[in-house]
Design a protein around this ligand. Structure first.
Ligand SMILES: NC(=O)c1ccc[n+]([C@@H]2O[C@H](COP(=O)([O-])OP(=O)(O)OC[C@H]3O[C@@H](n4cnc5c(N)ncnc54)[C@H](OP(=O)(O)O)[C@@H]3O)[C@@H](O)[C@H]2O)c1
Length: 341
């Protein structure tokens, strides 16, 4: 919070794309960081080269284990809960719904409770920033028509997700149920919790492999059969692909932690592009890339505006626009030898 001298915070999911970048930003800003990871050695390999590691401590913690976060949140004033199960679907063929409920959703909800219980026990955590997802948002109304403006109130109905089982449906349900539980638990236990709703996050990365969200964004040129259907599914739910630069999403996490008036949910998108517009940027900036997989026909213009007005009204400002996000994603993949220009 502004004016608070104690700057010790805990971050979950620090072996991941957003979590690792958030640790980097917090260290740059002078915070003491308790980074949690299921595999501390993996976290250490990635984070030990950052500036300010004299203020970094890595803890082993797993959402599936009761009291696992007790040590990590001890003496912290804030928690950034970034970790989440990233299972997009399931290969199980029989009793799918029962399988997903028991093996994915219930453990994810219990994990949220475990973590927040550790915060209650700490007695020091003043605010929790929960990383939600734009997968919890839809641009369509009850009759299937596009809403002109999409904001935090446009929540995807869980019953529709169960019914349609579109690409990425397990992830959508997991984000919906963990966020709902986080707000419920926070209310019942007097925790100050705000959530941030990232759209597709892209740009540079610290992790050793291409982050899933970049694979989704770049799937029209890579032709990846696992990620392209996810991009198509996002476009059909939102009418376009909303984007944010990784540095901006991390700055927004810290902004929401430090801004005491913040409350509820905040969509954090700098703008959006339809799939044809993404392909246009890619082919004008990187003419050597040929669109390998671009079979479906899409409208060129987006039917809905995806609004981050609430976050902007609170005083947040983006540093990077949509073009920067796409260009930097490609450049970082080339730099890391993950794409050949
Ligand atoms: N990237 C995006 O475009 C995007 C968009 C919207 C929302 N989000 C949200 O942002 C958050 C981070 O996403 P990301 O892109 O950084 O994903 P990521 O790179 O896959 O990172 C996920 C992190 O969660 C950790 N994790 C998974 N299950 C866990 C468990 N049981 N206990 C403890 N940690 C666990 C992973 O640890 P391991 O290394 O041990 O697997 C990893 O550190 C997620 O909440 C995601 O829903 C991301």
């Amino acid at each position: 919070m502004k004016g608070c001298h104690e700057k010790r915070v805990c971050v979950t999911g620090t072996t991941g794309y957003i979590g690792s970048w958030l640790v980097r930003l917090l260290l740059q800003q002078g915070y003491h960081v308790h980074a949690t990871a299921r595999d501390p050695e993996k976290a250490s390999r990635m984070l030990s080269t950052l500036e300010g590691t004299n203020r970094l401590k890595i803890f082993r913690a797993d959402l599936n284990e009761d009291r696992s976060f007790d040590e990590a949140v001890k003496s912290c004033v804030g928690l950034f809960h970034v970790a989440a199960s990233m299972e997009f679907g399931t290969s199980v063929q029989e009793n799918i719904e029962d399988h997903v409920r028991r093996n994915i959703l219930e453990p994810a909800v219990r994990g949220t409770q475990n973590l927040l219980q550790s915060c209650v026990r700490s007695g020091t955590v003043k605010r929790v920033v929960f990383t939600s997802s734009i997968s919890t948002i839809t641009a369509k109304d009850e009759t299937g028509d596009w809403k002109p403006v999409v904001d935090e109130s446009c929540v995807t109905p869980a019953n529709l997700v169960w019914k349609t089982k579109n690409s990425g449906w397990v992830y959508v349900l997991s984000k919906l149920s963990t966020e709902e539980e986080a707000f419920k638990f926070a209310k019942e236990n007097g925790i100050d919790l705000v959530s941030i709703i990232p759209p597709t996050v892209a740009g540079p990365f610290l992790i050793p492999t291409v982050p899933s969200s970049l694979q989704v964004l770049l799937s029209p040129i890579t032709g990846n059969p696992k990620f392209y259907p996810i991009l198509v599914s996002v476009q059909s739910r939102l009418g376009s692909i909303a984007l944010v630069h990784v540095e901006d999403i991390c700055r927004a996490h810290v902004f929401l932690f430090e801004t005491s008036e913040a409350s509820g949910r905040y969509l954090c998108s700098v703008g959006s592009c339809t799939i044809p517009q993404i392909v246009d940027v890619l082919s004008s900036e990187f003419p050597n890339f040929i669109s390998k997989r671009f079979e479906e026909e899409f409208n060129r213009s987006a039917p809905s505006v995806i609004s981050s007005e609430q976050l902007l009204d609170l005083g947040y400002r983006f540093k990077y626009d949509v073009k920067d996000v796409i260009k930097e994603s490609i450049q970082s993949c080339i730099r890391n030898g993950l794409l050949d220009n």
